[in-house]
Design a protein around this ligand. Structure first.
Ligand code: ATP
Ligand code: MG
Length: 373
């Protein structure tokens, strides 16, 4: 691995990079190409940043901060124009090509074999033949997204929506307009650009959009400065917050505490900012309460009747090798999953996967037997 070259590009010394290698940077030698992966942010270099063996770097996708009080946050954070995009609910991938082959990196900087197969299927190869240093940042969404299955998008399987463009060895992104132009030119889908507003006028239209997206079960919006002078900001619908809680309480012992708290707090601020009537606020309280209690009771009942707490997902692959590799990929990410025998279909295989939700499973069993919290 050419560390000297990579260090220079990263703007740190080779010694510093070497030093990080034992702590915050992890080596990944599977699948090819081999790479170094920033597990945490270090020396101003975003977590998820990857250095390939040939010395090329793909920077981690930036963290997007969240507004709780939308109106004041827009005013404080933006000036001039704000572009509003739909926030797609799936998993983040960075698609690029290394030495001529297309790969999809997860947020953490692993090559995901399933996402890679999907990217190869959906994206025209010519993109990377013409511009081998491009990085397409986007969201994979749909019912056959094994990380975040959602059936709210117009696909029966999984789809890719572009939301940013970047280049290898380059921290910055090319901006909202270039991204959408690129998507049009190449006939690929992009997260919808819902509108552009002057910052001082943005609150009302954005709120209307978030309400409408919420009614459709969609997640919310990401607001971006078209000139890239300010980092983007996100804001989500109540329905999406509650859907997250529904999943998290079903598997209540497998999520970090902050996951629950932050979503409940979002509801408080939104309810206040939207100046809800008593009736509306009660409806919100009911929605919030139901998304906490109902899935939790279901989980306890399931365990009580002797069932295991699992999550069933499925993927469709062209080759059996992708299925095997994805199985290995999940295992190395610490996930326990059982893969059924692939079922042949016209153009590949359907693979049903049962994720074992171990911690919630064991905790619920113990509590049912009278163990204390
Ligand atoms: P973060 O680390 O940015 O706080 P997170 O991992 O908790 O985020 P999210 O709350 O989903 O994830 O918010 C950020 C993510 O939203 C991005 O990493 C990206 O995958 C996703 N996303 C969906 N639609 C868009 C969009 N239009 N523009 C930017 N990001 C988007
Ligand atoms: Mg997300």
């Amino acid at each position: 691995m050419n560390l000297g070259r990579a260090a220079e590009r990263l703007g740190i010394t080779e010694e510093r990079l070497q030093g990080l290698q034992e702590t915050l940077i992890k080596r990944s030698s599977w699948p090819e190409p081999r790479l170094l992966r920033f597990e945490k942010t270090a020396s101003g270099i975003e977590a998820g940043t990857v250095i390939f063996e040939n010395g090329e770097i793909v920077y981690g996708y930036q963290k997007i901060r969240r507004a709780l009080m939308l109106g004041p946050a827009i005013k404080r954070h933006f000036s001039g124009i704000v572009a509003v995009e739909e926030k797609m609910n799936g998993h983040n991938v960075r698609v690029t090509s290394v030495d001529g082959s297309i790969i999809a990196l997860t947020r953490g900087g692993f090559i995901c074999p399933y996402s890679t197969e999907v990217a190869k299927r959906l994206l025209p190869e010519a993109i990377f033949e013409e511009q081998p240093d491009l990085v397409l940042c986007g969201e994979m969404v749909g019912p056959e997204n094994p990380y975040v299955p959602k059936d709210i998008y117009p696909t029966d399987t999984i789809d890719f929506y572009l939301f940013d463009l970047s280049r290898k060895n380059c921290k910055s992104t090319l901006g909202v307009h270039r991204t959408h132009e690129f998507a049009r030119e190449h006939g690929i889908k992009a997260a919808a650009l819902l509108g552009e507003f002057r910052a001082e006028n943005a609150y009302e239209p954005v709120t209307r959009m978030v309400r409408r997206l919420g009614r459709q079960g969609r997640e919310g919006v990401v607001m971006k400065d078209p000139e890239n002078r300010r980092p983007p900001m996100k804001y989500t619908s109540s329905e999406s917050n509650c859907n997250d809680l529904r999943v998290a309480f079903r598997y209540y012992n497998d999520y970090a505490l902050d996951f629950f708290l932050s979503r409940a707090v979002r509801e408080g601020f939104q309810s206040l900012e939207w100046r809800e009537s008593e009736e509306e606020r009660r409806a919100r309280a009911k929605r919030l309460g139901e998304s906490i209690l109902l899935p939790m009771v279901e989980t306890i009942q399931k365990k009580q009747s002797g069932e295991n707490i699992v999550q069933r997902v499925q993927i469709r692959v062209k080759s059996l090798q992708t299925a095997r590799e994805f199985e290995y990929h999940l295992r190395r990410s610490g996930m326990k999953a059982i893969f059924d025998q692939p079922e042949p279909e016209d153009d590949g295989y359907l693979v049903r996967i049962t994720r074992l939700i171990m911690s919630t499973n064991d905790k619920t069993q113990a509590l049912l037997e009278g163990e204390m919290w």
